[in-house]
Write a new protein. Sequence first.
Length: 128
Amino acid sequence: MTHFIDSTLASGLGFVAMDEVNKVIGEIHAYTPDVYCFSHVLSNLTIAVAPGYQGKGVGRLLLNTFCKTAEEQRSDITRIELFARESNKGAISLYQSLGFKIEGSLTKRIKNQDGSLESDILMAWIRQ
């Protein structure tokens, strides 16, 4: 957790969504890798929404705000990338609706709790 927070504060972008009583209900963050040749990339994007708030637009709001802020305030960033489980069709559809494109997959990268394996889908948003 400390690494994610420190990296986001140092070179990334992050937001939280709060409900009407100021309880955190969602979070998004990504940061640039430490290697110069990737300094134009926000990578390892992570988005999480509390179960009771999923399907209510919180994730869309967070991701839309994230991309819009990167576009308007981070001229150094030309690419945002993330991974999505191949079984998470809803997330993949959300990402595509906000301009992310599927670039490939890492076959059998994820081991599920039942021991089955599934692919990680690489997606990216590219500044126009």
